[in-house]
Design a protein. Structure first.
Lengths: 106, 153
């Protein structure tokens, strides 16, 4: 399991726009680099990131080789109701990871 | 006496120049067209206007391995008028796509940040698709002193 870092407020007022910042430890091997033996290193990247708020998608991203290692993503969401934020990263070689964050909306 | 088939130094030199012209020229001539093609593929051929989009990146980058990049779009982000997607393309990396962000009225604010790789000094373009079907863009030139995507990086 890759290490992840999710920064989002624990509480928010209804209707507020909150900022969510995520980071995941991943090499994002581009597939355009050669290894010590001169052979091209196979591509190994995270291709898709999704953020769902109680099952409803609020943000998603398609990532390519040009995204730096340990992909960092910052985006916004409207605090609608208390619930669980589910973050999913999916990528090459069957990479899949899910993190959750609970938020209380008053 | 030398035979006709035996290559002289001059022949080798001319052949080398010819080979360079064939092998290298297309690769350096292509990027701008590629970029246009990548943008067209995203917009499905729809016209792209300048404005509304703010592509924020340092104009002089020391290390191309992790370049902070922010994109924001002037939009109220309501159900009737919001940004559907933002795509970022580059001109001279091995691949034109950088990232595509999908947003909606639940996003609240059309502002996204990430970190990207830049292989060399080049042009970056961010294209936003709005809910009314229009496309807006912003172009930025970036100078990179240490390239990303190279060995040992």
């Amino acid at each position: 399991m890759a290490r992840t870092l999710v920064q989002a407020p624990a509480t928010a007022r209804r209707g507020d726009v909150i900022e969510i910042r995520t980071l995941i430890a991943h090499s994002m091997e581009t597939g355009f680099r050669s290894g010590p033996d001169g052979k091209m290193l196979p591509r190994d990247i995270i291709r898709r990131f999704t953020c769902r708020w109680d099952g409803e998608e609020v943000f998603s991203a398609d990532l390519y080789s040009a995204v730096a290692a340990n992909p960092y993503l910052a985006f916004h969401a409207v605090a609608s109701a208390s619930g669980t934020l589910v973050f999913t990263w999916e990528g090459d070689n069957g990479f899949a990871q899910t993190e959750t964050h609970t938020i209380t909306v008053t | 006496m030398t035979s006709i088939a035996e290559p002289t130094r001059r022949h080798v030199l001319i052949a080398g120049v010819a080979l360079w012209a064939v092998a290298v020229r297309p690769a350096t001539a292509a990027p701008a067209d590629d970029l246009q093609a990548a943008v067209r593929a995203f917009t499905n051929g729809a016209p792209v206007r300048d404005g509304k989009v703010h592509l924020d990146i340092a104009p002089l980058v020391e290390n191309g391995n992790a370049v902070p990049l922010s994109v924001s779009v002037d939009s109220p982000m309501t159900a009737a008028d919001h940004v559907k997607a933002i795509a970022v393309f580059n001109e001279r990396n091995p691949q034109r796509d950088v990232a595509v962000f999908h947003l909606g009225p639940r996003s609240g604010r059309a502002a996204v940040s990430t970190r990207i790789r830049l292989a060399t000094s080049q042009k970056l373009i961010a294209v936003a698709r709005l809910s009314d079907g229009s496309h807006w863009s912003s172009t930025v030139d970036v100078v990179v002193t240490l390239a990303g995507c190279i060995e040992g990086s």
